[in-house]
Design a protein around this ligand. Structure first.
Ligand code: FAD
Length: 156
């Protein structure tokens, strides 16, 4: 496998190129309708939780995993910053602790920021020798099996 930072999609040869570049489609697909929606989370130690919580208002979510708990979140459209904000982290933890009091005093393990590749609609289509598959927004994991099947069919 070769990893490269591409300035454009490869062309030529008897190949089909699958463009699943997420936010990179702004450059590689010339598609400015894909925008970042910034999401910040905090990982805290596992304090014995075995069910997840979601309060859609802020949004606030608490997702227990085997060794840690993911606490979120944020939804900031157009924000490209990958740097976690300490103030945002504190506010998320405070909201989450109101929702799930067991989180009080839980040790913070790390902070993380991701940029969701949001588009008015997911793009899965073939144009010549390129199959585009991007714009899954905040549901890329959920939709990945379905859109991957569509890509396989389009590659033929
Ligand atoms: C905080 C947060 C919470 C989320 N929660 C959920 C959830 O609960 N459920 C869910 O289903 N989804 C969730 N998602 C969304 C999900 O992670 C994304 O929808 C998914 O990652 C999109 O997958 P993708 O493969 O299309 O794009 P990406 O994961 O962004 O992958 C694109 C790839 O293309 C590469 N690339 C881009 N440009 C270039 C270039 N010029 N040259 C070479 N390579 C390039 C990048 O390096 C990257 O590897 C969440 C995302 C975030 C940030």
């Amino acid at each position: 496998m070769t990893r490269l930072n591409l300035s454009r999609l490869p062309t030529g040869g008897d190949v089909v190129v699958v463009n699943c570049s997420g936010l990179g489609a702004r450059l590689l697909g010339g598609d400015r309708s894909v925008v970042p929606v910034r999401g910040q989370v905090v990982y805290v130690e596992q304090v014995g939780l075995d069910r997840w919580w979601l309060d859609g208002a802020a949004p606030t979510y608490v997702v227990p995993r085997s060794k840690d708990i993911v606490v979120g979140g944020t939804d900031d459209e157009g924000d490209w910053s990958r740097t976690p904000s300490p103030e945002v982290a504190e506010a998320m933890l405070s909201r989450a602790t109101r929702l799930v009091p067991e989180l009080e005093g839980a040790r913070v393990l790390r902070h993380k920021v991701g940029l969701r590749p949001v588009r008015p609609a997911v793009r899965v289509e073939r144009v010549g020798d390129v199959v585009h598959c991007y714009g899954h927004g905040g549901a890329g994991v959920t939709m990945s099996w379905g859109t991957a099947d569509e890509v396989v069919a389009l590659v033929g």
